[in-house]
Design a protein around this ligand. Structure first.
Ligand SMILES: Cc1cc2nc3c(=O)[nH]c(=O)nc-3n(C[C@H](O)[C@H](O)[C@H](O)COP(=O)(O)OP(=O)(O)OC[C@H]3O[C@@H](n4cnc5c(N)ncnc54)[C@H](O)[C@@H]3O)c2cc1C
Length: 464
């Protein structure tokens, strides 16, 4: 029997690794093949290492409160390389071009320390008074989905949304809070309103859980590419990985599927785990199930880009005390955020140098996207010049563009995923994994791959 995994990002690799282990444990002879369109594995996870620098092209860390990434690192024997963010955890948000520290004591982004909010110049007096009224704002009666913006403005006030929550959410989804689904992106807020009737009361009750002194974000010293490398190494001999192999079409056949690549090669498999982006999965499945393809194709994606800039420390006059800053939409800048990478993570730049990373990702910046990345580079340099006063020539610059790489969980996302799952039942052996469905973060993507592997084993058990 054969299983084909389409897409060699973290979800597809986690699925292949878990399936290989489970099949071996069960003594089930199973040929597992990963087909990846690009010329390398890892999907949006990509680390470049040179001259003592560790440059992350895509994600730079993951949340440790969801266990699957840490557990996978332990299983692969690379947990010794895990590290948290540096203790200097200040993060700033831009307001009229100036950087203001984000008030401390946020629990799931909700302020819990009254003193911090009262003193913060980020929020106006009116905004603070409005926030103080949150506990008496009535629960919403309608249980349907709503946008993140509508929810936060309703409960915490429009100013908190615009000046604090919007830039924090954009840093994760690179998207538009007017359209992001509350239930799919921040289910905990929905639950808090339902259970406690107030986000402030709920955040208070739950603040102990997030008040630990450790960092909730972890990374690997040599970069997240290490996780991809370790996974690929652990699968050697058990899983065949084929790069430069794009799947064009998946058709059903008795007790399985036939996959055809763009080069015309065919693979037959009892199990297909589709771990490519939803729009790519939609194209592959269109001839087999147009309804399923339509729902998959309706999951929107946003494009993002990162520009890493390295400088001699002596050229950086700004103290860079913290992890970086976020730029709210109403500042009308093309960038979304700037991470002070060498301050946030130790070991990312050699002594005497500073590494910064400017993150782009919303539609208003579209005019700066282009094949060669020159305009993104100029926009990144303008950003660090305007905000940090950095005019020196960088030691080097690296531009990475990620077209349609971040799924947007727009209003109604959970309903759409429910429909997709119901439709999938009619294609036994066909499974989905990846960022498009139940969480965009690395731990969720790993978990989605593991769950697909479990479902694959269950299906193989039934047909064997
Ligand atoms: C710039 C950026 C920064 C991020 N930062 C963070 C972060 O700091 N922390 C965090 O937890 N998450 C972060 N994320 C999100 C997270 O990294 C991703 O959601 C996750 O890595 C996606 O994994 P995946 O395997 O689902 O998809 P992908 O990594 O997109 O992998 C899908 C793979 O499918 C392949 N493919 C596509 N079409 C075909 C085809 N026809 N045939 C074969 N293969 C195909 C693609 O080439 C790709 O390799 C970030 C995302 C981006 C884009």
């Amino acid at each position: 029997m054969r299983a084909v995994i389409v897409g060699g990002g973290i979800a597809g690799l986690s699925a292949a690794y878990a399936l290989n282990n489970r099949a071996e444990q069960a003594g089930l002879p199973l040929r597992i093949t990963v087909l990846e369109r690009r010329d390398r594995l890892g999907g949006v996870i990509q680390t470049d290492q040179f001259d003592g620098f560790v440059v992350e092209a895509g994600p730079d860390s993951f949340i440790s409160t969801k266990p699957w990434a840490v557990e996978l690192c332990q299983e692969l024997g690379i947990a010794g390389g895990l590290q948290g963010t540096s203790a200097q955890r200040r993060v700033y948000v831009m307001r009229k071009g100036r950087l203001i520290e984000i008030p401390r004591g946020l629990t799931m982004m909700v302020p819990t320390k009254a003193g911090e909010i009262v003193r913060s110049p980020l929020i106006s007096l009116l905004g603070k008074l409005r926030l103080g009224l949150e506990p008496i704002v009535p629960r919403r009666r309608d249980t349907g989905d709503e946008s993140v913006r509508s929810f936060v403005s309703r409960r915490l006030g429009g100013e908190i949304y615009e000046r604090l929550i919007e830039p924090l959410m954009a840093g994760i989804y690179g998207g538009d809070g007017d359209r992001l689904s509350l239930k799919a992106t921040m289910p905990v807020w929905h639950e808090w309103e339902r259970r406690y009737g107030s986000l402030t009361r709920a955040a208070w009750a739950n603040r102990a859980a997030s008040n630990g002194s450790g960092s909730i974000f972890l990374t690997l010293k040599k970069g997240l590419g290490e996780l991809v490398r370790a996974l690929a190494e652990a699968m050697e001999g058990g899983v065949e990985t084929r790069i430069n192999t794009a799947v064009a079409e998946i058709l059903p056949r008795p007790s399985g599927f036939t996959l055809t690549t763009e080069a015309g090669e065919k693979f037959s498999a009892e199990i297909v785990i589709l771990a490519a982006p939803a729009y790519a999965a939609a194209r592959m499945l269109a001839p087999t199930d147009s309804e399923l393809a339509q729902e998959l194709g309706a999951i929107e994606y946003s494009s993002s880009a990162t520009v890493s800039l390295a400088y001699r420390k002596a050229d950086v006059k700004h103290p860079l005390e913290g992890h970086g800053y976020l730029i709210p939409r109403h500042e009308h800048r093309p960038a979304l955020a700037c991470t002070w990478t060498s301050e946030k993570f130790p070991h990312r730049a050699p002594g005497g140098s500073a590494l910064l990373r400017v993150f782009f990702g919303r539609s208003q910046g579209e005019s700066i996207w282009g094949e060669d990345g020159d305009q993104l580079l100029s926009a990144a340099r303008e950003e660090v010049d305007a905000t940090l006063g950095l005019r020196a020539e960088p030691l080097f610059a690296r531009v990475f563009q990620w077209p349609r790489a971040l799924p947007q969980y727009t209003i109604g996302h959970l309903q759409r995923v429910g429909l997709i799952r119901r439709r999938l039942v009619t294609h036994p052996g066909l499974l989905l994994a990846g960022a498009a469905y139940g969480g965009v973060g690395i731990p969720d993507c790993i978990h989605s791959g593991q769950r697909a592997a479990e479902a694959a084993m269950a299906h193989l058990g039934r047909i064997n």
